[in-house]
Design a protein around this ligand. Structure first.
Ligand code: NAG
Ligand code: NAG
Length: 267
């Protein structure tokens, strides 16, 4: 997978129709007219097991199944995105992509990435040397105070308890990352915890065929703004909805201010 390219394509897609969405999860927008800005967002989730959808139009797909999970500040509006950031503004997000090989019927190794910039320039880059596998507990923290912006990913492995937990690995953005440049365009009025059918590199690009997965639960959510903390219940809930893949593919909820869950559904 050429990681640097899919994100740029996401801005140019043949696209989801107006009713369609390539994103599920929760997106918070600062109330319009307010001068409040977002200073950090974090969330923890476990790398899910991917599998073949048992039912629906994609169940017999001979190809790659995928989806991404990310936490970030900013967004690019249009093309099936749930973002309402202004055109020309940028993102800073970090996440993982999960794959399943439908040719050979085996899960593939997931990878961790960060992505930044405005839509026609942005690529996603691998966190160099960062390892992860299904079942690992991942924490992502994206922060931006004036020109100090960063996106840290941590892997806590298979731990089941928060007590005394230490990351096995922790990584900041490296290749190509210039925080001050990112800061100049960053859309600081939006943040989200998102499951996404990112776009393929085919011509024309299409949303990836979504793998089935065990539930994605974003926990320990912390969203900070210049006006204080904001809970997940203040965010707008969205779901992936793609007619070609059977319609509504996620069922996302915010059971508390610190948790957002997305189940894989068909209808
Ligand atoms: C996804 O996998 C789960 C667990 O195996 C299964 O119960 C569920 O029906 C599957 N969903 C789809 C859409 O195939
Ligand atoms: C920049 O932000 C990071 C993350 O919040 C923080 O750890 C670091 O101390 C900040 N650096 C400066 C120079 O303020």
């Amino acid at each position: 997978m050429k990681s640097t390219i899919f994100a740029a394509l996401a801005a140019l897609i043949r696209g989801a129709t107006a009713q369609e969405s390539i994103q599920g999860g929760a997106i918070y927008n600062v109330p319009s007219g307010s001068s409040t800005t977002i200073t950090s967002v974090s969330g923890t989730f476990r790398v899910p097991d991917a599998s073949v959808p048992l039912v629906g139009p994609t169940s017999g797909h001979k190809g790659i199944y995928a989806f991404g999970i990310w936490v970030g500040i900013g967004g690019w509006a249009g093309s099936g995105s749930a973002s309402s950031c202004p055109a020309g503004s940028g993102v800073l997000r970090a996440g993982i992509d999960v794959y399943y090989d439908g040719f050979s019927n085996v899960p593939m190794t997931p990878w961790a990435w960060y992505q930044y910039g405005v839509s026609n320039e942005a690529g996603a880059f691998a966190y160099a040397g960062f390892n992860l596998e299904a079942g690992d507990l991942i924490k992502i923290t994206v922060s931006g105070v004036s020109s100090n912006v960063t996106a840290i990913i941590e892997n806590y492995g298979k731990v089941t308890s928060t007590a005394g937990r230490q990351p096995i690995q922790s990584a900041p953005p490296t290749f190509g990352f210039q925080g001050a440049n990112v800061a100049n365009t960053l859309c600081r009025t939006e943040a989200g915890w998102v499951v996404e059918n990112h776009m393929t590199e085919t011509n024309p690009p299409e949303p990836v065929v979504m793998a089935n997965f065990t539930q994605v639960a974003f926990t320990e959510l912390n969203l900070q703004t210049t006006a204080g903390a904001v809970g997940a219940k203040a965010a707008k809930l969205v779901n992936i909805n793609l007619a070609d893949q059977g319609g509504k593919l996620t069922d996302c909820s915010a059971p508390s201010d610190s948790e957002v869950r997305c189940r894989r559904t068909l209808q």
